[in-house]
Ligand binder design. Sequence first.
Ligand code: TEU
Length: 531
Amino acid sequence: MSPTARPATEWLADAVLYQIYPQSFADSDGDGIGDFAGIESRLDHLAWLGVNTVWLNPCFASPFRDAGYDVSDYFSVAPRYGTDADLVRLVEAARSRGIRVLLDLVAGHTSDEHPWFTASAADPADQRYIWADPRDPATLPAGFVASPGPRPGFYLPNFFASQPALNFGYARPDPAEPWRLPVDAEGPLANRQALREVMDHWLSIGLSGFRVDMAASLVKDDPGQQETVKLWRELRGWLDARHPQAALLSEWGDPATSVPAGFHGDFFLQFGPVRDGIALRSLWNNFEGTVNEQWQPLSPYFGAEGLGSPQTFLDIWRSVTDTIGDTGYACLPTANHDFSRLACGPRTAEQLPAAFAFHLTWPTVPAIYYGDEIGMRYVPGLPDHEGSRLGPRYNRAGSRTPMQWDDTANAGFSTAPAEGLYLPLDPDPARPNVAAQRADDGSLLHLVRRLIELRTSRPELGSRAATEVLHDGYPLVYVRGGNHLVVVNPRRAAAELDAPVDHAAPVLARGVEVGDGRIRADGLGYGIFEI
Ligand code: TEU
């Protein structure tokens, strides 16, 4: 480690994450699919916006049956994004602007076209995947899929059938079910070693860490994830010794388990072990866009009707914070490639300022999903593309459409013919774009930039400072770092209550006043005040 490199637990305190879906961000070569050079050409814009950590969805070699979450070679990038050298150039160009780059580590499964899997499907002794060949296949647990190779029997997938689970063993081996190997069997140990090699490779050439896909899925039949936790703790020990500046952020949905397991941070998600992702959904999910039929309908706090409550989120966030203290971070995404954007269904652009005022002044590490900063909307009704559709209403494509840069052809995303784009653009003639919002000082984009600037320049608004909630309805009122009062009123109706302070000087406010012993908040208003 160079003496100036900060350990991940330190630099994450200041992190403002920005998630880039590489196929949809910027296309430099006119093939209709975004690429590394396209991202590089937009780094000045990201630096202007003020984000300091970019997470790229998987960009490894892949047959793209699940948009790249089906990796066929962890050591090379997919040619559609450029070359390995292009990625290194992007990372260096980002670093020179103070931006770290994280990759997406798909730890639990590969593509069925990965040579590890094709070899395993040809060799009955290979243990890198989970194979079963019982006399009576009807006795197999659900989910196993028939072998595509000369090897007889069935393999266990992790997500789609084209994504065979890597074998990290079973927490409860059982000789009667011989595919349930212990976690220290030869195949599971080889896979652990492979994770180190993959991480080592990319960290050694300048990447700053990983978002780890389905991090809780590794060891099978693992009550409380105890063996999966041990596995990650071991990897974190290795990482701390070899790459202490590198961050591991999990897709787990339960920071209270994943941070003690060795992750530096974890995302609140639309799913997860804590009441099925209710913390995040109680903020944003209005049952438009990507809807899992299993979810119980609820009114989100950020809904103009004002029928929600922040209490569900606050309760879970408090219990997470009590557990992890300052050993790691909970990350709060505006959206991601699996669930609806903020602008979705009845949540229109005018409602987003209050949402961002909360998102960027709350102590969770903020993660902005590309395009949310200009209010790009979830585009309904798109056809399935590269595995985007998971259920009748669970279509992820609507959150994956091309970034809207300007008002030229294809919104400046690509010079390809419109029908050749990775996914169609939002057809709305009034769709927002970056150029127009940069030219408009009153735009959402400028507000997001100001909020990021405040957060990164004032530690009181950051991830480490104290948070005291004073009112947990409409409006939500809290004090950060003892000296910043934040008021957000995400409903359309105004709200008023007694002010906890005599004097509050606005730092950034619209539609909220504090004075004469009262807080007065217009509908959809927000305000940050020094007290
Ligand atoms: O997602 C894991 C996952 O289970 C969910 O996000 C999923 O999209 C849905 O909520 C199920 O109801 C990760 C990636 O984020 C996703 O894009 C991949 O498709 C998946 O893993 C497989 O790699």
